[in-house]
Design a protein around this ligand. Structure first.
Ligand SMILES: *[C@@H]1O[C@H](CO)[C@@H](O)[C@H](O)[C@H]1NC(C)=O
Ligand SMILES: *[C@@H]1O[C@H](CO)[C@@H](O)[C@H](O)[C@H]1NC(C)=O
Ligand SMILES: *[C@@H]1O[C@H](CO)[C@@H](O)[C@H](O)[C@H]1NC(C)=O
Ligand SMILES: *[C@@H]1O[C@H](CO)[C@@H](O)[C@H](O)[C@H]1NC(C)=O
Ligand SMILES: *[C@@H]1O[C@H](CO)[C@@H](O)[C@H](O)[C@H]1NC(C)=O
Length: 778
């Protein structure tokens, strides 16, 4: 480190030495070329005006040269094409001339002949006339950066750059409005409306000709035309600290930041202040039909369901409908439309009609029946019908807003006979994961039916019943379809291959006839105790609980005493196989992705579906892995469904030893926090890649949750992962989340929403207490 600092100082010194011989007063006739004499330095050597390399060409601008990582602070005509090696920049009496000529003149509004030019130590490049009056200065036309003593005057704007390596105009602006308000907008918005603003100082009508100032001590503030400070963005630095320099920049990501730099410190820019800590705050970061999600403090754009990125890799390009869904506009015999829910998202309100409806389903129906409606935004009893595109999408877990998108699905006619022949010929080997988890863990009981007492009207289900019974639904389908017993017989080749057996059910391999999709068919041995009606209701409820982190029920059969369930096929075993037996240990990032996806599934069950579901039996064996290694929660056999006004339940003990929360043993009411406890245990298993209870280890290491707290307390967490390559910050975060989840006292455990935010790194995590420290009080 000492060596590095020495180098930096030497570098600054060399620049200084160069600057001595460089002209501080540049006279007309002087010229620059990209390869030799490429810039004019300020007298201290800190700033350089001239050509700087960008991509495979050169731009003309001002660079902070006196530091290891050169920082561009201004660019002339930033949107003009780059020039190549043979360009020349010439200072003339008319200003600056770039040859071969590129676009607009570099400087305008020269009224008297230019007598000299100077690159000042402030970072301002100035052209003077013969009276030493300023004819033109770069400080008057800022691009994305303000330097100390530079101002942004009323009516002026900063525009972000396109990327870190491309200075041309990007997609955000910071506007010093004539009304006194300093506001941020996406660049494409012309009329300044509050709908488009994502940051404002709120200082409108607080004085005329308000300007934004940056002082040399890092004080960033708004001044009115009488010189009175009306608003402080930052306090300003310690005047004693002479070695620090500052700049303010509207960054590529739409957030404006005050940076400081000190040669004495680490030789890097560090952020002193920023306009937002939420990377998803800038509107328009994600293009049309996509929404912003923060992952590990980084913004990520996701497409609406049924949509795909227009230009993969370019988040701002937005998303368009995939092919199947596009037919939605012309509903016909082969396609139909359904509404797909996207919970907890906020979008710009472009509604062409707003209905006041208290029920989500009513809102859905209204949109589905309206040819003009392409999406419905539902929040607090208002249903806004919109056309596409949807803009300014952002996930907000703290709102109950839901978007419903109309998507098209195919109604491919079933061609059963042909396909069953085809699949036999292919000699397809079907392995069913439900089965694997049964045979490997014989303790799982197949419970004949999920308890379901959900009484709302389910329009989706009704609608599907109106359709031809032979229809086979595609991936985007939301509700399970009814099957005739004979169809399931065909799909399983007359229940030929048994892959799992429980107390009251047997699981068989199968293949969907028209799509050749692999399925697991669970045949209930006895008549379900709940009887006909509850069995049907259950189907509707599971049809409603549609989430990519839950195993999907694709269909069911209700044929007298014969009751069968058809699930999607999971090709990668259970999480238990992956964590404890897999030949290849999953990478850290993969494991964390799995943990977050499981958390999303539980968040959905606990907070986002109409009927709150407590799973009651979370363990790695019940989390199945699809072909993309995405986890899906399965086996709702023990689940409890709570009524809308119910938050707790009492019931006999359920679940699996080692994963059940202590309240099960204490005859306390069971809430969703019981699932949070089990999730915490599973999380620790995911982090450490071992079973929670493993008696093959020395006794003091056998119980993982106790071991984790022991190492956490003694500051020896690294013993848990030994030499594995992990992200240390994420690791400590995951351990803390796990310890909070397994607190003995249910009220101390976080909600699943909080768990997800903590895992994503968007909220701070307090130091967890000893999980059993409240034991004595119960
Ligand atoms: C570069 O500038 C120096 C001094 O300003 C001058 O002596 C030299 O001839 C110039 N070189 C070229 C290639 O223009
Ligand atoms: C400068 O270089 C570019 C690309 O290398 C070439 O197209 C152009 O003709 C050159 N111009 C002159 C004046 O030599
Ligand atoms: C604001 O600035 C403009 C241009 O600099 C000037 O014409 C105008 O008189 C100023 N308004 C006030 C109230 O000072
Ligand atoms: C802004 O900060 C300065 C000190 O840096 C203080 O004197 C002034 O009162 C503050 N003004 C407002 C409006 O907060
Ligand atoms: C529906 O599909 C059938 C069979 O693929 C095809 O012949 C027919 O033209 C399609 N109808 C429409 C309206 O696209």
């Amino acid at each position: 480190m000492a060596f590095l600092v020495a180098c930096l100082l030497a570098f600054a010194f060399i620049l200084n030495a160069e600057a001595q011989s460089a002209p501080s007063n540049i006279s007309p006739g002087s010229s620059l070329t990209p390869n030799s004499n490429s810039s004019w330095l300020s007298s201290s050597g800190v700033y350089a005006f001239g050509f700087y390399k960008q991509g495979d060409g050169y731009a003309v601008g001002i660079v902070l040269a006196g530091m290891p990582e050169k920082t561009v602070v201004w660019t002339a005509n930033r949107d003009d094409p780059l020039v190549s090696d043979n360009a020349t920049l010439l200072l003339t009496a008319d200003g600056l001339s770039l040859q071969p000529t590129q676009g607009k003149p570099l400087v305008t509004s020269i009224t008297q002949a230019v007598f000299s030019a100077s690159m000042l130590d402030s970072g301002n490049f100035v052209l003077y006339n013969s009276d030493q009056e300023i004819e033109w200065q770069s400080f008057d036309s800022p691009t994305d950066t303000l330097l100390p003593n530079q101002t942004l005057r009323a009516g002026e704007e900063l525009y972000s750059a396109k990327s870190k390596t491309n200075s041309s105009t990007g997609i955000f602006r910071l506007s010093m409005q004539r009304d006194g308000n300093l506001v941020q907008y996406p660049v494409a918005t012309t009329a300044a409306t509050t709908d488009d603003a994502y940051y404002a100082t709120g200082t409108y009508l607080r004085g005329d000709n308000v300007t934004l100032h940056l002082d040399a001590d890092g004080h960033l503030y708004l001044v009115n035309n009488t010189g009175f400070t009306i608003f402080n963005l930052t306090k300003g630095g310690d005047p004693a600290d002479q070695g620090k320099s500052y700049l303010m920049r509207l960054d590529v990501d739409g957030i404006f930041r005050l940076y400081s730099y000190s040669l004495k410190q680490n030789g890097n820019w560090s952020i002193e202040w920023e306009s937002s800590l939420d990377q998803c705050n800038p509107l328009g970061l994600c293009g049309y039909n996509s929404y912003c999600v923060t992952m590990d403090l980084e913004a990520e754009c996701k497409c609406l369901p049924g949509f795909e990125p227009i230009t993969p890799g370019d988040q701002t390009s937005g998303c368009g409908r995939n092919m199947v869904a596009d037919v939605c506009n012309s509903e016909n015999e082969n396609f139909t439309c359904i509404m797909q829910e996207l919970p907890n998202t906020r979008w710009k309100n472009y509604a062409y009609m707003t209905l006041s409806l208290s029920d989500k389903e009513e809102c859905n129906k209204a949109c589905l029946e309206d040819c003009n409606c392409e999406a419905a935004l539902f929040a607090d009893g208002s249903c806004r019908k919109q056309r596409l595109p949807l803009t300014y999408g952002k996930r907000k877990l703290d709102t109950s807003n839901s978007a419903f998108i109309k998507v098209g699905i195919s109604k491919t006619p079933a061609t059963d006979d042909f396909l069953i022949e085809g699949s036999k010929k292919n000699g397809r080997v079907v392995v069913l994961i439900l089965g694997v988890s049964f045979t490997a863990f014989g303790t799982i009981l197949l419970v004949s039916s999920v308890i379901a007492v959900w009484k709302h009207k389910v329009w989706g289900y009704k609608r599907m019943n109106q359709l031809n019974g032979d229809v086979e639904w595609n991936e985007e389908d939301v509700a399970p379809r009814p099957y005739a017993y004979e169809q399931l017989e065909k799909m399983t080749d007359n229940f030929k291959e048994e892959v799992g057996r429980g107390a009251s059910a047997t699981v068989y391999k199968g293949v969907m006839l028209s799509s050749q999709r692999l399925v697991a068919v669970k045949k209930l041995d006895k008549v379900a105790a709940e009887g006909e009606k509850e069995f049907q209701t259950e189907m509707k409820v599971i049809g409603k609980t549609h989430h990519r982190s839950l195993v999907r029920l694709l269909g069911y059969c209700l044929d007298g005493p014969k009751k069968l369930l058809v699930y999607e096929y999971m090709s990668n075993g259970s999480l238990a196989d992956i964590l404890f037996k897999h030949e290849r240990k999953l990478y850290w990032e993969e494991r964390m992705g799995i943990a977050r996806n499981i958390a999303r599934g539980f968040l959905y069950m606990h907070e986002e579906c109409d009927t709150q579901i407590i799973h009651c039996d979370i363990k790695p064996q019940n989390i199945l892995m699809d072909e993309n290694m995405c986890p899906k929660i399965s086996d709702f056999g023990l689940a409890k469904l709570l009524q809308q006004d119910q938050t707790r339940t009492t019931t006999g003990i359920r679940g699996t030893k080692g994963y059940v929360a202590p309240e099960w043993h204490r005859k306390m009411p069971i809430t969703v926090k019981a699932d949070v406890y089990s999730f915490g245990i599973v999380l620790l298993e995911i982090v450490c890649c071992r079973r929670n209870v493993d008696w093959s280890l020395p006794q003091e290491e056998a119980i993982l949750d106790e071991l984790v707290y022991h190492y956490f307390e003694s500051g020896e967490l690294s013993k848990l992962v030994r030499d594995e390559d992990i992200n240390r910050r994420q690791f400590e975060r995951a351990i803390k989340v796990g310890l909070w989840c397994i607190q003995d006292e249910p009220s101390l455990r976080p909600s699943m929403k909080k768990v997800l935010l903590m895992l994503e790194g968007t909220v701070d995590i307090r130091v967890p207490p000893n999980p059993s420290s409240f034991l004595s009080t119960i």
